[in-house]
Design a protein around this ligand. Sequence first.
Ligand code: FAD
Length: 295
Amino acid sequence: MTSVLERIHIGRATFSVEFMPPRDDADEQILWRSIRELEGLDPAFVSVTYGAGGSRRDRTIRTTGRVARETTLVPMAHLTAVDHSVAELRNVIGWYAAVGVRNVLALRGDPPGDPMGEWVKHPQGLSYAEDLVRLVRELGEFCVGVAAFPYGHPRCTDVEMDADRLVSKLRAGADFAIGQLCYSAEDFLRLRDRVAARGCDAPILPGVMPLTTPKMLSKTVELSGAPVPPHIAARLEPLADDPKAFRAEGIDVVTEMCQQLLAEGVDVLHFYTFNRAKATKEVLGRLGLVPSRTA
Ligand code: FAD
């Protein structure tokens, strides 16, 4: 079974994509149209997020299992420690293996409801992502990823301490990290430098989101806490009432950031797609990361 690590060490620039499990049949159709459109562009891997609540969690197993069974893509399933005992986590990891998924993004997750509310560990559960990395590793041949935060995790105000914790997760057995979305190549590269300064050379993939509407920009800033650098705000804000011009400038801004990241030796760009393929394909086309037969 192909691991994410094999797919990201291919000696040339490539990309991966992230999807959310569908909530209903209509969502499922949109998701699968996007998966099929992006499949032709040969992403390194496809990751599927893990939500709060039982039925949404089953959908991650179902979606990644279907990707494994019915496509040429390499699936990676996210997993969080929220509201799970260790026995339940073992069970979900067992299901991932049973449906052919051997790549897991190990996360602690946020408290349900208010992401900044008090984190309460399940009485028989785990406290930190680092513990989940160890658990997944214990259970067999998995390739494990973890989350990274260019501005530090929102609960950790010291970026140096946050980098120490990221390196601990990697040293606990994670193979790579994926960055929270960020609109500044420099800020991502500073995170990479902090990790390298600690003697850790695990790959860190920048999280990229093609910007298409003012609403998407404000929502992602709210959800991720990623600030919009002033020079980018100055380009986008005057276009807030002109959807076409905003979209064109948003795609330009993100393409330029990706070009800077690739020029700085980043090999893999991780795209947050919100289950839509069009804008990601546009950025990939502009970057020359689309196989020539489909360009
Ligand atoms: P941890 O690494 O455990 O960190 C949590 C907090 O604890 C941080 O403040 C950290 O500094 C601190 N900490 C870590 N170790 C220690 C220690 N030993 N002692 C003291 N403090 C410590 N959420 C979902 O619900 N589903 C998803 O599918 C999902 N996918 C994501 C994908 C990516 C790429 C990213 C970047 C985030 C994703 N998230 C997802 C959000 C994530 O679950 C939250 O950001 C969560 O708050 C942190 O998870 P973590 O794995 O980084 O936790």
